[in-house]
Design a binder for this molecule. Structure first.
Ligand SMILES: NC(=O)c1ccc[n+]([C@@H]2O[C@H](COP(=O)([O-])OP(=O)(O)OC[C@H]3O[C@@H](n4cnc5c(N)ncnc54)[C@H](OP(=O)(O)O)[C@@H]3O)[C@@H](O)[C@H]2O)c1
Length: 318
């Protein structure tokens, strides 16, 4: 009996190790030699449209530019009309024959009428791709108990309700067309419990479960709902201005995301940028999520202290 038990434990250990090794090799190949899936099957270059939210800056602007370069007409959605016009002009100048439209929505305060205007604008177009990119985080790390109520509501309204209602406005017409489609939703490493960003963390975790459920519902309709997981990217939101190995520019990140390849997790979620993918792999397979939460607590406590000092200096100099 004893040797059998020993053999069983040993075999289970070897099996687990082999699975992790295989997953690592798969990830390595995906990040290096395997080609991306491409967007042709979603109707690129056939007069079809992509809708991108939060399209005037950061990753959203890049999604709009790169999807246009791949042959989609673009409907851009954001809160600032003048910035939307600038992005539209840039897209049309860089891509002859590509059309653009825009819808102004402030997701923090969006009404039924706003979502209805998005629905009617999108229903007129042959939309095949939706990028749920819009999002906001806390102004600075903050304990949940002292999170300003307007900040709390804004994060939930933009990240959760904005994503759900945008998809609810665009999806029925996509389904009615019975064509292949793609819905990309931006989540975050912060969907792993991240102290002092609790509201943001929870909002991104909500999207993980929502997207997985949506992906299962839409599989038979040939609409792929895929959640994009990312660590820091250079942007106004991250307040990081310089790119590094772990922090790509929006251009680099979106190029990776539109290959529709990336590490681990479930079929409906992926981590497209290679350095993030290896971190996600380690978190998943070496069970480092608890460590992430402990490190985030320390790091965000330090970031808050620095942000408060900076705020005090600025108030003094006014
Ligand atoms: N950057 C990162 O490190 C990082 C990490 C993990 C996840 N993410 C996620 O990636 C997505 C994009 O982030 P980003 O860093 O690229 O953002 P960003 O550079 O700050 O750009 C945000 C975009 O959303 C728009 N927007 C903001 N608030 C809005 C509102 N209330 N109504 C309508 N539009 C609004 C902005 O419009 P205006 O130009 O008018 O402000 C802008 O176009 C977000 O979902 C974010 O949570 C980012």
């Amino acid at each position: 009996m004893f040797p059998f038990a020993t053999f069983f434990i040993f075999a289970t250990g070897i099996f687990r190790l082999l699975r992790v090794l295989l997953a690592f090799v798969r990830l390595f190949l995906q990040m290096t030699v395997l080609p991306g899936k491409g967007l042709a099957k979603y109707g690129a270059k056939r007069g079809t449209w992509a809708v991108v939210t939060g399209a005037t800056d950061g990753m959203g602007r890049e999604f709009a530019l790169q999807l246009a370069a791949k042959g989609f007409n673009i409907l851009v959605v954001s809160r600032t009309a003048s910035k939307l016009t600038t992005v539209q002009e840039e897209i049309e100048q860089k891509n002859s024959g590509i059309q653009t439209r825009s819808v102004v929505i402030n997701y923090e305060t969006a009404t039924d009428a706003d979502y209805e205007s998005l629905r009617t604008a999108a229903a007129e177009l042959d939309v095949r791709v939706l990028v749920n990119n819009v999002g906001r985080s806390h102004d600075m790390p903050v304990s949940f108990a002292t999170t300003p109520l307007d900040e709390l509501s804004a994060i939930v309204n933009i990240n959760v309700l904005g994503t759900l209602r945008t998809t609810r406005a665009v999806l029925p017409a996509m389904l009615a067309r019975k064509e292949r489609g793609l819905i990309l939703t931006l989540s975050s490493f912060a969907s792993t419990p991240t102290p002092l960003l609790a509201t943001y963390s929870g909002s991104k975790a909500y999207l993980v479960a929502w997207n997985a459920a949506l992906a299962a519902e839409l599989a038979s309709a040939r609409i792929d709902a895929r959640l994009i997981n990312t660590f820091y990217v250079v942007s106004a939101m991250s307040k990081i201005r310089r790119a590094s190995l772990l922090v790509p520019t929006p251009k680099t990140f979106v190029r990776a995301a539109l290959r529709l390849r990336g590490s681990t997790g479930t079929r409906s979620a992926f981590t497209p940028y290679w350095a993030h993918a290896f971190v996600a792999f380690a978190m998943e397979h070496l069970e480092l999520k608890g460590l992430w939460t402990r490190i985030a607590l320390k790091q965000n406590t330090a970031i808050r202290a620095r942000a408060l000092k900076k705020q005090a200096r600025e108030q003094k100099s006014q």
